[in-house]
Design a protein around this ligand. Structure first.
Ligand code: 5GP
Length: 140
C-alpha cells in the first residue's frame, strides 16, 4: 500500500493543524508557512495528486464550499480580495502530491500580486493560438 500523504495525515489528526472546515469529503486548514495572514488550504480528503484525477462529483463537492470558505477567510482577516490557486504538478511548483487549493488573502495597501506576475508571457500568433485551442479540444 502506498504511503499516506502529508495532508492525509493532517486529515486523520496524526499531524495537528488549524482546521477551519470539514465535511464528509472536504477539509480546510491554515497553511503552516502562510504567504499572508489567513492563508488557507482546501483539499479533498481523498489523496488525488492532480486535479484531473478527481472524479467530477468530488471536484464539485470541493467547489460547492470553496467560495464560502474564501468569503470566511476574507472576513476573518479583513482582506480586500484573495488569490485562489492550485499548483497542479511538480512543474507548477506543487510540493505536496495531494491536490489542494490555496486561498491567499490580498490587501489594497499591499502590492497586488496577480498570477500574471508569475509568467513572462508567450508571444503567439492568432494561428498558433487557434491551433493550440484545437489540440485542447481534441484531447478532451
Ligand atoms: P504546494 O507547493 O504543494 O502548492 O503547497 C504546499 C503547501 O503546504 C505550502 O504552502 C506549505 O507551506 C504547506 N505545508 C507544508 N507542510 C505543511 C504542514 O505540515 N502543515 C500545514 N498546515 N501546511 C503545510
Amino acid at each position: 500500500m502506498s504511503e499516506k500523504t502529508l495532508f492525509t495525515r493532517i486529515v486523520e489528526g496524526e499531524i495537528p493543524s488549524d482546521t477551519v472546515y470539514e465535511d464528509e469529503t472536504t477539509y480546510a486548514f491554515l497553511d503552516v508557512n502562510p504567504l499572508a495572514p489567513g492563508h488557507t488550504l482546501v483539499i479533498p480528503k481523498a489523496p488525488y495528486e492532480r486535479l484531473s484525477e478527481m472524479p467530477p462529483a468530488e471536484a464539485a463537492d470541493v467547489f460547492s464550499v470553496l467560495g464560502e470558505i474564501t468569503a470566511a477567510v476574507e472576513a476573518a482577516v479583513d482582506a480586500d480580495g484573495t488569490t485562489v490557486a492550485l499548483n497542479n504538478g511538480e512543474a507548477a511548483g506543487q510540493e505536496v502530491p495531494h491536490v489542494h487549493w490555496h486561498i491567499i488573502p490580498q490587501f489594497e495597501d499591499d502590492t497586488a500580486r496577480p498570477i500574471h506576475a508569475l509568467f513572462d508571457g508567450a508571444e503567439l500568433s492568432d494561428e498558433e493560438r487557434s491551433e493550440i485551442a484545437g489540440r485542447i479540444r481534441d484531447n478532451q
